[in-house]
Design a protein around this ligand. Structure first.
Ligand SMILES: Nc1nc(=O)c2c([nH]1)NC[C@@H]1CN(c3ccc(C(=O)N[C@@H](CCC(=O)O)C(=O)O)cc3)CN21
Ligand SMILES: CC(C)C(=O)C(=O)O
Ligand SMILES: [Mg+2]
Length: 273
């Protein structure tokens, strides 16, 4: 047996039991080489539909397709070894019916061999979450700010900042948890509500802009690396890769123009005859 196959990947149940334990560490990744780095330090990797923004320059996640998610899901699976890989179901691939969701999720699971899928939506998606979970597909929920609904929401705004708006969001969390989701992402939700939800449901909550009260955290990798030109208020920058990359590119351009690159060490000499 190869060393690689002897390493057991984390599973959805492994994350499920982390409720109230050591916080769950998650980041996004869309490709093999970053997946390998993320894999060393994270419990789970999300192949997020934010790849539409980050890789393709779309303004929203609405244009992202199932094929795009599967292609990048395969890349992340090849690059990673131990983390649970979760693949986002893109807009339009699951909302039509629970059967449509099952078909899309099966394609993702079979073609990428990832360990779970994630879908956006609360109470209205509960039946679908149950349908998939009961048929062997671990589902991560996603409530609060749900970016795929941008066209009905109107803007990316934090949720639950007035107590009068809490009830439907609490109800969403309860519905998805009781439907069998193994974990739930809470995005851009006021701290007291995120804490209340975390304390009231049996599965771990993964926060993004939802405070340290959650059972784990996730960020978009390029945002926390300082590679995204703009990023939401909830991002802390752990690096400043944008300027570092630009400096390297500028150095290359300078050296090509002055013929300082390639140097003698990069040149193929003739074989001695
Ligand atoms: N690169 C990236 N990072 C993300 O976190 C992310 C994506 N893309 N794409 C999908 C969704 C969209 N998300 C977003 C996008 C924008 C804001 C944002 O700009 N929020 C403003 C407040 C805007 C308002 O109040 O109108 C902020 O200041 O945080 C928040 C979450 C989170 N997700
Ligand atoms: C922001 C996270 C939770 C996400 O859904 C994504 O990256 O697509
Ligand atoms: Mg997403």
């Amino acid at each position: 047996m190869s060393v690689q196959s002897a390493i057991k990947r984390k599973t959805a149940p492994d994350l499920r039991v982390r409720k109230n334990g050591e916080p769950i560490v998650m980041l996004t990744s869309y490709h093999a080489h970053t997946a390998a780095l993320v894999d060393k330090h994270c419990d789970a990797i999300l192949v997020g539909d934010s790849l539409g923004n980050v890789m393709h320059g779309f303004e929203t996640t609405v244009p992202v397709t199932l094929d795009m998610m599967i292609l990048q899901g395969c890349a992340v699976m090849r690059g990673s070894r131990q983390a649970l890989v979760v693949v986002d179901m893109p807009f339009g691939s699951y909302e039509g019916s629970k059967e449509q969701a099952f078909q899309s999720a099966v394609r993702i699971m079979k073609e990428t061999l990832c360990g779970a899928v994630k879908l956006e939506g609360g109470a209205r998606m509960a039946e679908t979450v149950a349908f998939l979970s009961e048929r062997g597909i671990p589902v991560m929920g996603h409530i609060g700010l749900t970016p795929q609904s941008i066209n009905t929401l109107g803007s990316f705004r934090a949720q639950g900042r007035e107590e009068t708006n809490w009830a439907p969001i609490e109800n969403d969390a309860r519905a998805i948890a009781e439907a069998g989701a193994f974990s739930i992402v809470i995005e851009a939700v006021a701290e007291p509500l995120a804490r209340k939800i975390t304390q009231s449901i049996a599965v771990p909550t993964i926060g993004i802009g939802a405070s340290a009260a959650c059972d784990g955290q996730i960020l978009v990798l390029e945002d926390m690396l300082g590679l995204s030109p703009r990023s939401p208020k909830f991002v802390r920058r752990y690096g400043n890769l944008g300027p570092a990359i630009e400096e390297a590119i500028a150095g290359y351009a300078r050296d090509v123009k002055s013929r300082a690159f390639p140097g003698p060490e990069h040149v193929y000499e003739m074989k001695k005859s």
